[in-house]
Design a protein around this ligand. Structure first.
Ligand code: HEC
Ligand code: HEC
Length: 492
């Protein structure tokens, strides 16, 4: 209809307009409908424009979710490193477990043994394919290859959740037991098996020396990522707790010191093993555009328990006044200030800040990773003076707290003088009162304990890089105010 009418209407309108232009005295009754027709047409045009915009938005959204889906598949299906071990090796790991556990495994079925192994090493079943681990690509020949989820895909209190930090990953123990098993079976060692003899992988379960692996590997490359012979750099080993991926979409810069602008290339650092030359990185750029879309699509889980909404509302006000300047606001129109706080002010463990160093960051800034494309450098902050306050969405689900994972619950974070010096998780259940890991406070790590996996479940905050000091901001609050803030944090 409307298209049929358009030319005729248009000529009528232009005639009318011409009449008014020459000052013809037209009766209002004639002028009015014409004017409103113009208006109606304009409105319709606007509506159509809006619809087109909406459609385009929908298209883009569809495109983004398709890319995100492809990104997930890249992570779980594509082996981007050399393989770590075979299914056969994995299925025999139990043979080197300490007694009792070993007998239990021996008596069990193969399925039971696999469950025990998943439990021991902090692996979880894939939500979409429970026979496979989320943390490793397993190809059709049964070769296992570590993927990003080994550190970034964990469980939220027993429920598998991709993008939650893996706070149980026992990489050091797994690697040591793989090595032992391979020796026994006469199988060749992988790069990880050998590398871990030189670089510690992680001294406490759930934390890794990941930043230092990256630095060590980067020191063997030039800025274009060609491999070069270089004397190994002196490295400051320290463990970190991986951050949740569901805040990636909020952050312009990543890592605890916020030194790197985010981009798809930066996400590829994990693949710097010598077998992957410069060509490998260029070939996989599109895959990592999809991984970037996947990370951007993630959102936190909702708190499953009860929330006292009145108390939480009170907490919101207190948070607004005491915490929001650094951590931002939440709700319908969230804001995120991306603020870096000088290390002397935040007062948390400084090792991570100094370990990466100006040289390390400068090298990154000049490298292929820090260039959105081949011409355009990203912003890299060479000399950050502290740590960036992270967004707190889903914070109840990403225990332990602080960048080194030294504080087991939100209650302990809010009560700095009450933080335990040595602690260990004793179950996978949420501590629903303190909000975080269910722990036991211990005197010290039992160094005589023969099972390394048990020893590594102790978090000793007196060790290098593991301090639980600092972030004393909640000290300003009364006991009741802290209670309200804790309730509010559950709603994020
Ligand atoms: C061995 C453990 C480990 C593996 C494997 C790993 N990461 Fe990480 N990742 C970490 C740790 C630890 C940090 C924190 C580093 C820091 O803040 O300095 C981190 C930080 C990040 C961040 C920054 C998040 C933020 O909010 O600041 C992104 C993004 C990221 N990793 C993506 C990846 C991708 C993609 C892969 C796979 C290609 C991967 N990681 C593999 C341990 C790991
Ligand atoms: C002056 C800035 C500042 C203020 C004020 C502040 N924080 Fe923080 N917050 C930080 C920084 C920086 C970190 C990261 C420290 C680290 O990991 O070493 C942090 C970390 C945290 C974490 C741990 C995040 C994680 O993923 O492990 C929580 C929870 C938190 N803050 C809650 C609060 C609450 C609640 C308040 C108010 C009572 C508050 N903060 C006030 C700067 C601030």
């Amino acid at each position: 209809m409307s298209t049929l009418l358009t030319p005729r209407l248009l000529s009528a309108i232009s005639m009318l307009l011409a009449c008014t232009a020459i000052g013809a005295d037209l009766p209002k009754a004639v002028l009015k409908p014409a004017e409103s027709t113009v208006q109606r047409q304009k409105e319709r045009q606007k509506e159509r424009q809006k619809e087109r915009q909406k459609e385009r938005q929908k298209e883009r959204q569809k495109e983004r979710s398709a890319a995100a889906e492809r990104g997930y598949r890249v992570l779980v299906d594509k082996a981007l490193l050399t393989s770590d071990f075979s299914q056969e090796v994995f299925d025999r790991l139990w043979e080197c477990w300490p007694e009792e556990l070993r007998s239990q495994a021996k008596r069990g079925t193969e399925k039971k043994r696999r469950e025990m192994a998943f439990q021991r090493y902090g692996l979880t079943a894939r939500p979409d394919d429970p026979r496979k681990p989320l943390q490793y690509v397993v190809d059709k020949d049964g070769n296992w290859t570590m993927n990003c989820f080994s550190c970034h895909g964990g469980t939220v209190y027993g429920q598998s959740y991709a993008g939650a930090p893996n706070n149980r990953f026992a990489l050091q123990t797994l690697t040591e037991e793989v090595r032992k098993t391979k020796f026994k079976m006469g199988k060749p060692l992988s790069r990880m098996d050998v590398g871990s003899l030189v670089i510690p992988l992680g001294t406490t379960n759930g934390t890794t020396n990941a930043v230092v692996f990256g630095m060590g590997l980067m020191s063997q490359r030039d800025e274009k990522l060609n491999l070069v012979a270089a004397a190994p750099r002196k490295l400051i080993h320290h463990d970190m707790d991986a951050p949740a991926w569901w805040n990636f979409h909020k952050k312009p810069n990543i890592y605890i010191d916020g030194f790197a602008e985010k981009g798809h290339r930066g996400l590829m650092q994990f693949m710097m093993i010598p077998e992957n030359g410069r060509d490998f990185f260029i070939k996989h750029e599109d895959d990592f555009r999809d991984v970037y879309a996947y990370l951007s699509s993630l959102r936190p889980p909702e708190f499953p328990g009860e929330i006292d909404t009145e108390l939480a509302e009170r907490g919101r006000g207190i948070f607004q006044q005491n915490c929001a300047e650094c951590h931002g606001t939440y709700g319908h129109t969230p804001t995120y200030p991306n603020r870096r706080i000088p290390i002397n002010d935040v007062g948390t463990d400084p090792v991570r800040l100094t370990a990466l160093g100006v040289e390390g960051r400068r090298k990154y800034s000049r490298s292929w990773f820090a260039h959105g494309d081949d011409s355009e450098p990203q912003t890299t902050i060479i000399d950050p003076d502290g740590y960036v306050a992270p967004p707190l969405d889903g914070i109840w689900a990403s225990a332990p707290y602080l960048h080194n994972g030294s504080v087991p619950t939100l209650w302990h974070l809010l009560n700095p003088t009450q933080r335990p010096t040595v602690w260990r998780p004793v179950s996978q259940q949420l501590d629903s009162e303190l909000i975080g890991l269910t722990i036991r406070i211990e005197e010290k790590t039992p160094l005589m304990e023969l099972d390394a996996a048990t020893r590594r479940s102790y978090f000793d905050t007196r060790r290098f890089g593991k301090s639980n000091a600092g972030h004393d901001y909640p000290e300003e609050l009364t006991k009741n105010q802290r209670k309200a803030v804790l309730e509010f944090l559950k709603t994020l």
